[in-house]
Design a protein around this ligand. Sequence first.
Ligand code: SF4
Length: 324
Amino acid sequence: MSHALLEVKNLVKHFPIRTGLLRRVTGQVRAVDDVSFTINKGETLGLVGESGCGKTTVGRTLLRLIPATSGSVSFEGQEVLTASRGEIKQLRRKMQIVFQDPFASLDPRRTIGESVAEGLVIHNVGTRQEQQDKVAAMMERVGLSASLLERFPHEFSGGQRQRIGIARALVMDPSLLVLDEPVSALDVSIQAQVLNLLKKLQDELGLTYLFVAHNLGVVEYVSTRIGVMYLGKIVELAPRSDVFRRPLHPYTKALSAAVPVPRPTATRERIVLQGDVPSPANPPQGCRFHTRCWMAKDICRVQEPRLEEKSPGRWSACHFWNQV
Ligand code: SF4
Protein backbone atom coordinates (compact mmCIF):
# COMPACT_ATOMS: atom_id res chain seq x y z
CA MET A 1 0.00 0.00 0.00
CA SER A 2 1.24 3.45 -0.80
CA HIS A 3 1.39 6.24 1.74
CA ALA A 4 0.91 9.91 1.10
CA LEU A 5 4.10 11.88 1.58
CA LEU A 6 2.42 15.14 0.68
CA GLU A 7 -1.21 16.09 1.06
CA VAL A 8 -2.44 19.33 -0.48
CA LYS A 9 -5.94 20.42 0.47
CA ASN A 10 -7.96 23.31 -0.97
CA LEU A 11 -4.83 25.26 -1.87
CA VAL A 12 -5.58 28.81 -3.00
CA LYS A 13 -3.14 31.43 -4.23
CA HIS A 14 -4.48 34.78 -5.39
CA PHE A 15 -2.16 37.56 -6.49
CA PRO A 16 -3.52 41.08 -5.98
CA ILE A 17 -3.77 43.30 -9.05
CA ARG A 18 -2.70 46.84 -8.16
CA THR A 19 -3.49 49.76 -10.40
CA GLY A 20 -3.26 53.54 -10.40
CA LEU A 21 -0.99 55.92 -8.63
CA LEU A 22 -1.97 54.63 -5.20
CA ARG A 23 -1.42 51.02 -6.24
CA ARG A 24 -4.82 50.15 -4.90
CA VAL A 25 -5.88 46.52 -5.13
CA THR A 26 -8.47 46.39 -7.88
CA GLY A 27 -8.70 42.67 -8.48
CA GLN A 28 -7.18 39.26 -7.90
CA VAL A 29 -5.42 36.88 -10.24
CA ARG A 30 -6.76 33.54 -9.15
CA ALA A 31 -3.59 31.62 -10.05
CA VAL A 32 -4.44 28.58 -7.93
CA ASP A 33 -8.05 28.16 -6.96
CA ASP A 34 -8.93 25.29 -4.64
CA VAL A 35 -6.45 22.61 -5.63
CA SER A 36 -6.24 19.31 -3.75
CA PHE A 37 -4.08 16.24 -4.39
CA THR A 38 -1.78 13.80 -2.64
CA ILE A 39 1.60 12.45 -3.66
CA ASN A 40 2.51 9.00 -2.47
CA LYS A 41 6.00 8.00 -1.41
CA GLY A 42 8.15 7.06 -4.37
CA GLU A 43 5.79 8.21 -7.09
CA THR A 44 5.93 11.04 -9.59
CA LEU A 45 2.90 13.25 -9.85
CA GLY A 46 2.97 15.22 -13.08
CA LEU A 47 1.18 18.56 -13.24
CA VAL A 48 0.49 19.66 -16.77
CA GLY A 49 -1.33 22.50 -18.49
CA GLU A 50 -0.85 25.54 -20.69
CA SER A 51 1.22 28.45 -19.47
CA GLY A 52 -0.66 30.48 -16.86
CA CYS A 53 -2.71 27.51 -15.61
CA GLY A 54 -1.16 27.77 -12.15
CA LYS A 55 1.01 24.63 -12.12
CA THR A 56 4.24 26.46 -11.30
CA THR A 57 2.49 28.49 -8.59
CA VAL A 58 1.29 25.24 -6.98
CA GLY A 59 4.88 24.01 -6.68
CA ARG A 60 6.19 27.27 -5.27
CA THR A 61 3.31 27.76 -2.86
CA LEU A 62 3.57 24.33 -1.34
CA LEU A 63 7.28 24.91 -0.68
CA ARG A 64 6.41 28.30 0.88
CA LEU A 65 8.61 30.11 -1.64
CA ILE A 66 5.54 32.30 -2.01
CA PRO A 67 2.83 32.55 0.68
CA ALA A 68 -0.47 30.76 0.10
CA THR A 69 -3.78 32.60 0.35
CA SER A 70 -5.43 29.65 2.07
CA GLY A 71 -5.50 25.87 2.23
CA SER A 72 -3.29 23.26 3.81
CA VAL A 73 -0.17 21.38 2.81
CA SER A 74 0.87 18.46 4.94
CA PHE A 75 4.33 16.97 4.43
CA GLU A 76 5.06 13.76 6.37
CA GLY A 77 2.16 14.77 8.60
CA GLN A 78 3.53 18.25 9.34
CA GLU A 79 1.66 21.38 8.26
CA VAL A 80 3.84 23.46 5.95
CA LEU A 81 1.76 26.59 5.42
CA THR A 82 1.68 27.59 9.09
CA ALA A 83 5.12 26.24 10.05
CA SER A 84 7.42 28.63 11.94
CA ARG A 85 10.61 30.00 10.41
CA GLY A 86 12.71 27.38 12.18
CA GLU A 87 10.40 24.56 11.14
CA ILE A 88 10.45 25.78 7.54
CA LYS A 89 14.22 25.73 7.56
CA GLN A 90 14.12 22.08 8.57
CA LEU A 91 11.36 21.26 6.08
CA ARG A 92 13.32 22.85 3.25
CA ARG A 93 16.04 20.24 3.65
CA LYS A 94 13.51 17.55 2.84
CA MET A 95 11.61 19.45 0.14
CA GLN A 96 13.87 20.76 -2.61
CA ILE A 97 13.19 22.40 -5.94
CA VAL A 98 14.93 22.24 -9.30
CA PHE A 99 14.21 25.23 -11.53
CA GLN A 100 13.73 25.45 -15.26
CA ASP A 101 16.72 27.64 -15.90
CA PRO A 102 19.76 26.17 -14.19
CA PHE A 103 21.91 29.11 -15.23
CA ALA A 104 19.71 31.64 -13.46
CA SER A 105 19.76 29.60 -10.28
CA LEU A 106 23.56 29.27 -10.17
CA ASP A 107 25.69 32.20 -8.99
CA PRO A 108 28.10 32.97 -11.88
CA ARG A 109 30.86 34.10 -9.46
CA ARG A 110 30.91 30.94 -7.39
CA THR A 111 32.51 27.66 -8.33
CA ILE A 112 30.24 24.71 -8.94
CA GLY A 113 31.59 23.13 -5.76
CA GLU A 114 30.53 26.16 -3.73
CA SER A 115 27.09 26.27 -5.32
CA VAL A 116 26.38 22.59 -4.77
CA ALA A 117 27.62 22.79 -1.18
CA GLU A 118 25.56 25.90 -0.36
CA GLY A 119 22.68 24.11 1.38
CA LEU A 120 25.04 22.00 3.48
CA VAL A 121 26.90 25.12 4.59
CA ILE A 122 23.69 27.04 5.41
CA HIS A 123 22.34 24.12 7.43
CA ASN A 124 25.70 23.38 8.97
CA VAL A 125 25.61 19.73 7.93
CA GLY A 126 28.82 17.84 8.76
CA THR A 127 32.41 19.01 8.78
CA ARG A 128 33.97 20.87 5.86
CA GLN A 129 35.61 17.65 4.67
CA GLU A 130 32.34 15.72 4.91
CA GLN A 131 30.60 18.44 2.92
CA GLN A 132 33.25 18.27 0.21
CA ASP A 133 33.06 14.47 0.06
CA LYS A 134 29.29 14.61 -0.20
CA VAL A 135 29.39 17.18 -2.98
CA ALA A 136 31.98 15.15 -4.93
CA ALA A 137 29.91 11.97 -4.56
CA MET A 138 26.75 13.75 -5.71
CA MET A 139 28.51 15.15 -8.77
CA GLU A 140 29.47 11.62 -9.80
CA ARG A 141 25.95 10.41 -9.13
CA VAL A 142 24.47 12.94 -11.55
CA GLY A 143 27.01 11.96 -14.20
CA LEU A 144 29.61 14.72 -13.80
CA SER A 145 33.22 14.34 -12.77
CA ALA A 146 34.15 15.62 -9.32
CA SER A 147 37.23 17.13 -10.98
CA LEU A 148 34.93 19.86 -12.38
CA LEU A 149 34.07 21.31 -8.98
CA GLU A 150 36.50 24.20 -9.24
CA ARG A 151 34.94 25.41 -12.50
CA PHE A 152 32.34 28.15 -12.98
CA PRO A 153 28.79 27.85 -14.38
CA HIS A 154 29.60 29.45 -17.76
CA GLU A 155 31.98 26.59 -18.51
CA PHE A 156 29.12 24.08 -18.64
CA SER A 157 26.47 23.21 -21.22
CA GLY A 158 22.75 23.56 -20.46
CA GLY A 159 22.39 19.84 -19.78
CA GLN A 160 25.40 19.84 -17.46
CA ARG A 161 24.08 22.85 -15.60
CA GLN A 162 20.78 21.12 -15.02
CA ARG A 163 22.69 18.11 -13.65
CA ILE A 164 24.42 20.54 -11.30
CA GLY A 165 21.02 21.96 -10.29
CA ILE A 166 19.87 18.43 -9.49
CA ALA A 167 23.04 17.69 -7.50
CA ARG A 168 22.52 20.90 -5.56
CA ALA A 169 19.03 19.82 -4.55
CA LEU A 170 19.94 16.19 -3.81
CA VAL A 171 22.97 16.91 -1.68
CA MET A 172 20.51 17.80 1.11
CA ASP A 173 19.04 14.25 1.06
CA PRO A 174 15.49 15.45 0.38
CA SER A 175 12.55 13.09 0.13
CA LEU A 176 10.48 15.35 -2.15
CA LEU A 177 11.74 17.14 -5.22
CA VAL A 178 9.65 19.73 -7.02
CA LEU A 179 10.86 19.72 -10.60
CA ASP A 180 9.68 22.93 -12.22
CA GLU A 181 9.91 22.55 -16.02
CA PRO A 182 13.31 20.89 -15.49
CA VAL A 183 13.96 20.08 -19.14
CA SER A 184 12.05 22.77 -21.07
CA ALA A 185 15.11 24.97 -21.54
CA LEU A 186 17.19 22.09 -22.91
CA ASP A 187 17.72 20.80 -26.45
CA VAL A 188 15.43 17.91 -27.24
CA SER A 189 18.41 15.57 -27.59
CA ILE A 190 19.50 16.40 -24.03
CA GLN A 191 16.01 16.23 -22.49
CA ALA A 192 15.82 12.43 -22.57
CA GLN A 193 19.20 12.13 -20.84
CA VAL A 194 18.12 14.37 -17.99
CA LEU A 195 14.73 12.63 -17.68
CA ASN A 196 16.42 9.25 -17.55
CA LEU A 197 18.83 10.55 -14.92
CA LEU A 198 15.88 11.74 -12.83
CA LYS A 199 14.23 8.33 -13.12
CA LYS A 200 17.43 6.55 -12.14
CA LEU A 201 17.96 8.82 -9.13
CA GLN A 202 14.38 8.29 -8.05
CA ASP A 203 14.89 4.52 -8.01
CA GLU A 204 18.26 4.66 -6.30
CA LEU A 205 17.36 7.23 -3.65
CA GLY A 206 13.67 6.46 -3.15
CA LEU A 207 12.68 9.99 -4.13
CA THR A 208 9.20 11.39 -4.62
CA TYR A 209 8.66 13.94 -7.39
CA LEU A 210 6.20 16.66 -8.24
CA PHE A 211 6.96 17.20 -11.90
CA VAL A 212 5.59 20.43 -13.37
CA ALA A 213 5.70 20.87 -17.15
CA HIS A 214 3.71 22.09 -20.13
CA ASN A 215 4.98 19.32 -22.41
CA LEU A 216 2.62 16.35 -22.27
CA GLY A 217 5.07 13.93 -23.83
CA VAL A 218 7.62 14.73 -21.13
CA VAL A 219 5.07 14.45 -18.31
CA GLU A 220 3.72 11.19 -19.72
CA TYR A 221 7.23 9.77 -19.84
CA VAL A 222 8.09 10.37 -16.19
CA SER A 223 4.83 10.38 -14.23
CA THR A 224 3.02 7.76 -12.20
CA ARG A 225 -0.13 9.87 -12.08
CA ILE A 226 -0.97 13.07 -13.91
CA GLY A 227 -2.99 16.11 -12.88
CA VAL A 228 -4.22 18.34 -15.70
CA MET A 229 -4.67 21.99 -14.78
CA TYR A 230 -6.77 24.66 -16.43
CA LEU A 231 -7.14 28.22 -15.13
CA GLY A 232 -6.04 27.50 -11.58
CA LYS A 233 -7.91 24.22 -11.14
CA ILE A 234 -7.17 20.54 -11.56
CA VAL A 235 -9.70 19.33 -14.12
CA GLU A 236 -8.53 15.73 -14.35
CA LEU A 237 -6.33 13.51 -12.20
CA ALA A 238 -5.59 9.92 -13.17
CA PRO A 239 -2.91 7.25 -13.54
CA ARG A 240 -0.54 7.97 -16.40
CA SER A 241 -1.71 4.99 -18.44
CA ASP A 242 -5.33 6.22 -18.46
CA VAL A 243 -5.16 9.94 -18.64
CA PHE A 244 -4.36 10.47 -22.31
CA ARG A 245 -5.57 7.11 -23.61
CA ARG A 246 -9.08 7.48 -22.25
CA PRO A 247 -9.50 11.01 -20.96
CA LEU A 248 -12.50 11.87 -18.80
CA HIS A 249 -12.30 15.60 -19.50
CA PRO A 250 -12.55 17.37 -22.87
CA TYR A 251 -9.58 19.59 -22.05
CA THR A 252 -7.33 16.56 -21.49
CA LYS A 253 -8.58 15.15 -24.77
CA ALA A 254 -7.76 18.37 -26.59
CA LEU A 255 -4.29 18.54 -25.04
CA SER A 256 -3.46 14.94 -25.84
CA ALA A 257 -4.69 15.30 -29.41
CA ALA A 258 -1.72 17.58 -29.98
CA VAL A 259 0.85 15.02 -28.80
CA PRO A 260 2.43 12.76 -31.42
CA VAL A 261 1.24 9.17 -31.13
CA PRO A 262 4.21 6.86 -30.53
CA ARG A 263 2.76 3.80 -32.30
CA PRO A 264 2.27 4.32 -36.05
CA THR A 265 -0.92 2.22 -36.07
CA ALA A 266 -2.57 4.23 -33.31
CA THR A 267 -4.59 7.29 -34.13
CA ARG A 268 -5.68 10.18 -32.08
CA GLU A 269 -8.55 12.41 -32.93
CA ARG A 270 -7.33 15.85 -33.84
CA ILE A 271 -8.93 18.62 -31.81
CA VAL A 272 -7.97 22.21 -32.23
CA LEU A 273 -8.93 24.34 -29.26
CA GLN A 274 -10.71 27.51 -30.24
CA GLY A 275 -10.00 30.82 -28.60
CA ASP A 276 -7.43 31.96 -26.08
CA VAL A 277 -7.17 30.93 -22.46
CA PRO A 278 -9.40 33.37 -20.51
CA SER A 279 -7.72 35.57 -17.92
CA PRO A 280 -7.32 34.01 -14.48
CA ALA A 281 -8.25 37.46 -13.12
CA ASN A 282 -11.70 36.99 -14.55
CA PRO A 283 -12.38 33.29 -15.08
CA PRO A 284 -15.63 32.28 -16.80
CA GLN A 285 -18.63 31.48 -14.59
CA GLY A 286 -19.69 27.86 -14.26
CA CYS A 287 -17.15 25.50 -15.81
CA ARG A 288 -14.03 27.54 -16.52
CA PHE A 289 -13.45 25.60 -19.71
CA HIS A 290 -16.88 26.26 -21.21
CA THR A 291 -15.73 29.14 -23.45
CA ARG A 292 -13.49 26.71 -25.34
CA CYS A 293 -15.33 23.43 -24.88
CA TRP A 294 -17.06 21.87 -27.89
CA MET A 295 -19.24 19.77 -25.57
CA ALA A 296 -20.53 22.67 -23.47
CA LYS A 297 -24.26 22.75 -22.66
CA ASP A 298 -26.36 25.29 -20.74
CA ILE A 299 -25.58 23.79 -17.33
CA CYS A 300 -21.83 24.29 -17.96
CA ARG A 301 -22.29 28.06 -18.07
CA VAL A 302 -23.92 28.25 -14.66
CA GLN A 303 -22.81 25.29 -12.57
CA GLU A 304 -19.18 24.66 -11.83
CA PRO A 305 -18.37 20.93 -11.99
CA ARG A 306 -16.51 19.60 -8.95
CA LEU A 307 -13.44 17.39 -9.25
CA GLU A 308 -14.87 13.98 -8.33
CA GLU A 309 -13.66 10.40 -8.40
CA LYS A 310 -15.60 8.90 -11.29
CA SER A 311 -13.99 5.46 -11.12
CA PRO A 312 -11.24 4.20 -8.79
CA GLY A 313 -8.28 6.58 -9.02
CA ARG A 314 -9.80 8.60 -11.85
CA TRP A 315 -10.94 12.12 -11.09
CA SER A 316 -12.68 14.51 -13.45
CA ALA A 317 -14.33 17.90 -13.16
CA CYS A 318 -16.81 17.68 -16.03
CA HIS A 319 -20.60 17.32 -16.04
CA PHE A 320 -20.36 15.10 -19.10
CA TRP A 321 -17.23 13.12 -18.26
CA ASN A 322 -18.75 9.85 -19.53
CA GLN A 323 -19.33 11.31 -22.98
CA VAL A 324 -15.79 12.57 -23.61
FE1 SF4 B 1 -17.11 21.09 -21.22
FE2 SF4 B 1 -19.28 21.30 -19.72
FE3 SF4 B 1 -17.47 19.44 -19.19
FE4 SF4 B 1 -16.94 21.99 -18.74
S1 SF4 B 1 -18.47 20.74 -17.72
S2 SF4 B 1 -15.62 20.52 -19.69
S3 SF4 B 1 -17.97 22.95 -20.44
S4 SF4 B 1 -18.73 19.59 -21.00
